[in-house]
Design a binder for this molecule. Structure first.
Ligand SMILES: *Cc1c(COP(=O)(O)O)cnc(C)c1O
Length: 399
């Protein structure tokens, strides 16, 4: 029998909705792309987007900015991280996270993960006590949400400020509460590969008026902060406006208009993602030698990617398995590779960080972990083909 091949791209997005294209075209016709370049009485796209996102996210304040990484960096700054400070972070994450910590001249203290891809709570408790860190930058890596009640408890107990990186969890919830609403400040990304797409872009959210005001001014508002949506009262700005440096990183009108057309469709898209995810979860879990952790019942996820481990083939065979799948059109990323590849890298490859720790549990989990994107351009039929390809390739290694 001829081998089945999968032919769709793992990096193909859906088009921008038609109303977003109209809105963006109208803005281009005016030439007024800058968020503060408005006519008398006109409300800007970026400002409306901030209001709409804050309503959707159920948070008081929202700043739209240039990228998710920028939002993280700014979040660290407004939370008070100073050069030399230590910042706890789960070791399973992506390069913009340690990059943001480095950008504010702080030092990451990496915490182990567990077999569910969550930050390890025991290691977190220990390092919260012993490391001297006063901040936790928690990235909900690949959409896996740890027990947020326990994390908040540990942070409160040790006087640690929690910053959430929600680049993979826009729309996810723990115990019915949106991811991003547990920490003091949170960051989201609207980069193409996340849940809404403006090419590049990000949000910073918080319920703290003073931190919100600092973030707005530092994003480069000059004294035009009044042109922001979902932002604090004038009197808060008056207090801080001459004390917040301008780290220019504003969202523009064009990107904001693209996002405004996608936000109302996000809930529907989450359902579509989860249909695909659940199909893949079920099909892949049934393959002998594939392990996928079950989600906690309190976790509501957005299945825009799937992670699984191969526990019956040798680690040294995994690169060959990945190559064979790739030759049949199924693109898997291996987190065990010693050299970083494309978007994938492991914490021990960030050699610019001093005293990189050895985290044996994290390494042993990532050694066997494969990661696959699930774009919305896939159908249920596509998922079935992917499952068949993976199954037949695994069988070759097991007999
Ligand atoms: C994408 C990503 C970011 C940064 O987002 P950008 O918008 O690309 O700067 C941060 N953290 C994680 C985990 C990401 O995947």
């Amino acid at each position: 029998m001829a081998k089945i091949k999968f032919t769709k791209s793992f990096t193909q997005q859906e088009p921008i909705p038609a109303d977003g294209i109209v809105l963006a075209t109208n803005i281009m016709q005016t030439g007024r792309l800058h968020r503060y370049n408005l006519e008398e009485g006109e409300e800007g796209q970026a400002s409306m987007l901030e209001t709409e996102f804050s309503t959707w996210q159920e948070v008081d304040y929202c700043l739209a900015c240039t990228s998710g990484g920028y939002a993280i960096q700014l979040a660290l700054r407004v939370c008070g991280v100073k050069p030399g400070d230590k910042v706890l972070a789960n070791a399973y994450t992506l390069a913009p996270v340690p990059g943001a910590i480095h950008n504010v001249s702080a030092e990451p203290v990496f915490v182990e993960i567990n077999a569910n891809y969550h930050i390890d709570l025991e290691d977190l408790a220990t390092k919260s006590k012993n490391s001297g860190a006063k901040y936790l930058l928690l990235s909900h890596m690949r959409g896996h949400i740890a027990n947020m009640d326990r994390i908040v408890e540990i942070c409160n107990h040790e006087g640690i400020r929690l910053i959430e990186d929600c680049a993979h969890t826009m729309g996810s919830k723990w115990r019915g509460i949106r991811s991003g609403n547990f920490g003091l400040v949170s960051a989201f990304s609207t980069q193409t590969y996340k849940h809404i797409n403006s090419g590049e872009g990000g949000f910073l959210t918080t319920n703290d008026p003073e931190l919100a005001a600092k973030a707005v001014v530092s994003s480069g508002s000059y004294m035009l902060y009044g042109r922001h949506g979902a932002s604090p009262a004038e009197k808060i700005f008056k207090k801080i406006r001459q004390h917040a440096p301008n780290y220019s990183g504003r969202m523009d009108q064009l990107r904001a208009s693209l996002l405004r057309s996608q936000l109302p469709r996000l809930e529907k898209n989450i359902v579509r993602w989860n249909v695909l995810y659940d199909l893949l979860f079920e099909g892949l879990s049934n393959i002998d030698g594939v392990v996928i952790p079950k989600r906690h019942e309190k976790e509501f996820y957005v299945g825009s990617s799937i992670q699984f481990r191969l526990d019956k083939i040798g680690i040294n065979q995994i690169p060959q398995f990945v190559d064979e799948c790739s030759s049949r059109g199924v693109e898997l990323k291996w987190f065990g590779a010693s050299e970083p590849k494309a978007f994938t890298s492991r914490y021990d490859s960030w050699s610019y960080i001093k005293n990189l720790p050895v985290l044996p549990i994290t390494l042993s989990i990532l050694d066997r972990t494969l990661d696959m994107r699930i774009p919305l351009t896939f159908s249920s039929e596509d998922c079935k083909i992917i499952i068949q390809v993976i199954q037949s390739e695994i069988e070759k290694f097991q007999d």
